[in-house]
Design a protein around this ligand. Structure first.
Ligand code: ZN
Length: 506
């Protein structure tokens, strides 16, 4: 009778922290206790483990069984620890003898990580967060083997730097540990089709201003707010932004798929940047992440992609305020009573709004029916600090003339070629896109001539802009110069960038 120690992983936030599963089997009245902040799902493990052991032809020890999941202050959920607990009982009760010399007193298997929920018959069942766990093992213990249920081992095997072993049943794992036939290494499925089917930009006709702004946003990674009456093509434009962005590399696509896995929808990793478009009634928890067990929110599901907020003034005020942290830091922390955790949330914000509650203010052929104070209140719902964080403010008008029968616009593919070249320029110069240039890097990479500096100083004084707003403007001007293939920011770039500040309520 003794103590067995195995390695597993918790899943609290995006970091799948290491957990030691310590199982002690000793004499005494029959009892089976799990300690170390287990939730109800972990506590039910006792029934599954007992039944799986008996159906596998093993004995369930008659004495006291105590399982400690360490560290004790880290919350643990689900049936993911079943496999490690069952193996711990078999080792501690002497039913499973590990080959090789053993340290007296403690029986440890710490060169592998075990995750898997057991069915009552001893089959291993799918677990949530397989990708996040594999990424954590690769990051923190490269080369360590990860034993997982067959159903999710394939997707985890995509992660470089970790050897995933696929197991169908508890018995197979026991035989491998006892020195019998080894568990097979899991094989990653073939890489996804690199050709993404996107709605094409050529379908957006007669919206030159919007197309230009979208290309700027794609080229420099800028956030954008489109203001215009209904039907002017705001959503169509936003949906086409992912198709203009560079394809995701392997680590980014794995991160995106892992975050979606934590939210409960398993998706295969793809090269297409995600596009998320939550409804304006969404709660702060749905947008930022949260819930009784923290789940990633829309900002994290849009990680490495686009978050589109249509009718942004209609979103709840606290939701909009909560966007400030991820917009600045690229990460959200979800505070819980016990422990806070974080999810990556590095996204490009695209927002849209009508010019007024009825939608027709400023329209050439339709009348706005809103009283002026309601228009003001509507615009004020966007707070100054949030508006300050948006690089491009674009006013869209309905297309004029016979635009429906006009020529098709450029395709997304053609625009993306330019975007990729423009981004390559930025990365070669400063290792980031222009939207992420900080103050000192801006001074280094944007040198204004006298005329440009004067124009900027006048505008800045007239509108009483903060330094933050001026920096945004300089970043956009930097992108405009890069789009022209020019190292120097010229007067024309500053002048165009000035057009992308809001005409109201800044
Ligand atoms: Zn109106």
């Amino acid at each position: 009778m003794s103590l067995a120690v195995l390695a597993s992983r918790a899943l609290y936030g995006f970091q799948a922290q290491a957990v030691r599963v310590e199982t002690h089997v000793g004499p005494g009245l029959p009892n089976f206790l799990i300690v170390g902040l287990p939730d109800a799902g972990v506590r039910e493990s006792r029934e599954r483990v007992r039944s799986a052991l008996l159906s596998g032809g093993f004995e369930f020890p008659s004495g006291r069984i105590t399982v400690n999941l360490a560290p004790a202050d880290l919350p643990k959920d689900s049936g993911r620890f079943d496999l490690a607990i069952a193996l711990g009982i078999l080792i501690a009760s002497g039913q499973l003898r590990l080959p090789g010399p053993l340290a007296a007193g403690a029986l440890e298997v710490l060169d592998r990580v075990f995750v898997g929920e057991l069915s009552l018959t001893g089959k291993l069942r799918n677990i949530k967060g397989a990708l996040a766990i594999a990424m954590a093992v690769a990051r923190e213990s490269p080369g360590m083997r990860l034993v997982m249920p067959e159903s999710c081992a394939g997707v985890a095997a995509r992660v470089p730097g970790v050897v995933v072993q696929s197991a169908g049943t508890l018995e197979q794992v026991v035989r491998d540990l006892a020195g019998g036939p080894a568990l097979p290494p899991a094989e990653a499925p073939a890489d996804p089709d690199a050709v993404a089917s996107h709605a094409c930009l050529s379908e957006v006709r007669g919206q030159e201003v919007g197309r230009r702004a979208l290309e700027i946003a794609a080229s420099g990674g800028h956030s954008m707010l489109m203001c215009g009456p209904p039907g002017v093509g705001k959503s169509m434009l936003a949906q086409r932004l992912p198709g203009l962005l560079p394809p995701l590399d392997v680590p980014a696509s794995l991160e995106v798929a892992a975050l979606h896995g934590l939210a409960g929808h398993d998706v295969a990793p793809t090269v297409v940047p995600p596009f998320r478009s939550p409804h304006h009634t969404a709660s702060t928890a749905a947008i930022i992440g949260g819930g009784s067990w923290p789940r990633p929110g829309e900002v994290s599901l849009a990680h490495h992609g686009v978050l589109f907020l249509d009718e942004i003034p209609e979103f709840h005020r606290p939701v909009l305020e909560s966007l400030r942290e991820p917009l600045e830091a690229g990460v959200v922390s979800v505070a819980r009573a016990r422990l806070s955790c974080s999810f990556p949330a590095h996204f490009q914000l695209v927002a849209a709004m009508n010019p007024c509650p009825c939608g027709w203010a400023g329209h050439a052929r339709r009348l706005c029916s809103c009283p002026p104070n309601r228009v003001l209140a509507y615009r004020r719902r966007l707070s100054g600090p949030l508006l300050d964080r948006i690089d491009l403010h674009v006013t869209l008008s309905p297309p004029q003339g016979d635009w429906l029968n006009g020529p098709e616009g450029e395709t997304s593919g053609a625009v993306r070629e330019r975007v990729l070249a423009c981004r390559a320029r930025q990365l070669a110069r400063q290792q980031c896109v222009n939207a992420h240039l900080d103050g000192s890097a801006l001074r280094q990479h944007v040198e204004l001539d006298a005329a440009s500096a004067r124009l900027l100083a006048e505008a800045s004084e007239r509108w009483a802009w903060s330094a933050r707003v001026v920096h945004r403007l300089l970043r956009v001007a930097r992108t405009l110069a890069d789009m022209r293939g020019c190292e120097r920011v010229m007067l024309e770039d500053v002048a165009e960038a000035l057009q992308y500040r809001p005409a109201w309520g800044n």
